[in-house]
Design a protein around this ligand. Structure first.
Ligand code: HEM
Length: 428
């Protein structure tokens, strides 16, 4: 069993104990040795050398079942070509158009809220993130019934990935109800996306201003994306994007209720900049405090909290010899909670991110989006969306905790609150 029982009982408390044992600490997950990187400089060394330290290891092997050979899970040998073909979808010139679609989706969800209502927070942030993902990806090419089915499939698939990660090999192939639900959700997700991609490939080659248009444009020529590759990218964007943004936003709303003084400042900025309306692209540069609030939330609760790599050639790292095939892990959560990197790490303090104070944070200590050639392609898209959502909510609603609720993370591949309900109060 190794460290598995402690990892399952409270993985975050366990991770916080590791830096005391060194820069590279071996954890046993059952019979599997996982060498965990506890130092920012060492992490940098690994992340920049994505040929020697390739995607692989238990987390990616499971994630690949859902994401196929999408950009996040593909091996180094195909990564450069894919990244070059996919990058135009995230070019800065596309962001203003995405921001318009985001604003519409945000309004769609928060316009339906009622004064005094108690909301299921991850449910609502998921509705916003999934709405934004479907419109920015497919513009109007998706049927609303497909949106609901896709949301459900993503949820089942994501909890399945983590459960299967900790399940002994073999058990995940038994015909158990949870395995069947996972297989069905995976198949449904791929069918829906396949269907949209096939229809889009057959249609006229117009640019709809969505992500799918840029992927279709990248399908021309002998080196272009194949329909299978397009489907894998779309599923990857949808799953990684929606689940991470859902979780980051849910924690940000929780933080508003836990820190009324800071919440007052966020409300004030929303009043000054928005005056009660939904935030748009033009507002983004003026929402600095809200953005720091988002940044600090992702320090305390990084949505992607653990990642793995596989060593592809016999190597020396941190004074140790690692044979090819060894497994490494890194955890943004672990680094973000080191007291020597972030003084009083458990304290929520958006002020850490003012330019003067942020200059003291060591390089690669803050890595919610990873680093190096495999760094998140959706970073700016995420910061834009999260800031617009938080400011739009703060402009119109004050949030209150529900008494008696203990908010803890769920055991999932993404760090998301297990249960979080908040009461809404309409602001005058
Ligand atoms: C809160 C939001 C997000 C967080 C915290 C996040 C986090 C990350 C991290 C840590 C990585 C690197 C993983 C590794 O090194 O193994 C990554 C990669 C990636 N992310 Fe995100 N992500 C977020 C949102 C998004 C969005 C919105 C999209 C797409 C629409 C996206 C698409 C990707 C892709 C495609 C990769 C792989 C990049 C590559 O290998 O070239 N992510 N993300």
């Amino acid at each position: 069993m190794g460290h598995l029982p402690r990892m399952v009982a409270d993985p975050w408390a366990f991770l916080r104990t590791l830096p005391a044992h060194g820069d590279l600490v071996t954890v046993m997950i059952g019979p599997q040795a996982v060498h965990t990187l506890c130092d920012p400089a060492l992490l940098h060394q690994v992340l920049v050398d994505d040929r020697r330290y390739d995607k692989g290891g238990p987390l990616f092997d499971k994630a690949r079942e859902v994401l196929g050979d999408g950009l996040a899970t593909c091996p180094h040998e195909v990564h450069r070509r894919l990244r070059r073909l996919v990058q135009p979808a995230f070019h800065p010139s596309r962001l203003p158009g995405y921001a318009d679609l985001m604003a519409r989706q945000i309004a769609d969800v928060i316009d339906g809220w009622q004064d005094g209502q108690v909301i299921d927070v991850p449910g609502q942030t998921h509705a916003i993130a999934a709405g934004v993902a479907t419109t920015t990806m497919f513009s109007t090419r998706i049927d609303p019934r497909q949106v609901a089915a896709t949301r459900r499939s993503v949820q089942i698939a994501m909890s399945g990935i983590y459960r299967r990660l900790l399940t002994p090999n073999g058990l995940d192939r038994l015909p158990l109800p949870a395995n069947r639900r996972y297989d069905q959700a995976r198949a449904r997700l791929h069918r829906t996306v396949d269907d949209i991609v096939t229809r889009a490939c057959d249609g006229p080659g117009t640019d709809h201003g969505d992500l799918l248009s840029t992927l279709l444009a990248a399908s021309d020529g002998p080196d272009g994306l194949s329909p299978r590759e397009i489907t894998d990218q779309v599923v990857t964007f949808f799953v990684s994007g929606v689940t991470s943004i859902t979780s980051g936003l849910a924690w940000a709303l929780h933080m508003l209720t836990q820190h009324p003084d800071l919440a007052d400042q966020v409300h004030q900025e929303a009043d000054d900049v928005l005056g009660g309306r939904t935030a748009t692209w033009q507002d983004w540069p003026h929402l600095g405090l809200t953005r720091r609030f988002v940044t600090e939330t992702m320090r305390l609760y990084p949505p992607g909290w653990i990642f793995t790599r596989k060593v592809t050639a016999h190597t020396h790292l941190a004074g140790r010899i690692l044979p090819a095939g060894s497994v490494l892990a890194f955890s943004p959560y672990l680094l973000h909670h080191r007291p020597d990197l972030f003084p009083e790490p458990e304290r929520f303090d958006p002020g850490r991110w003012t330019p003067e104070r942020a200059a003291d944070i060591p390089p690669y200590a803050y890595v919610p989006f990873g680093a190096g050639p495999r760094k998140c392609i959706g970073e700016t898209f995420t910061l834009l969306q999260s800031t617009l959502v938080l400011a739009s909510i703060a402009a119109r609603w004050r949030l209150h905790p529900v008494p008696g609720q203990r908010v803890r993370p769920a055991l999932r591949a993404t760090l998301v609150p297990r249960r979080l309900h908040l009461r809404l109060e309409a602001r005058p």
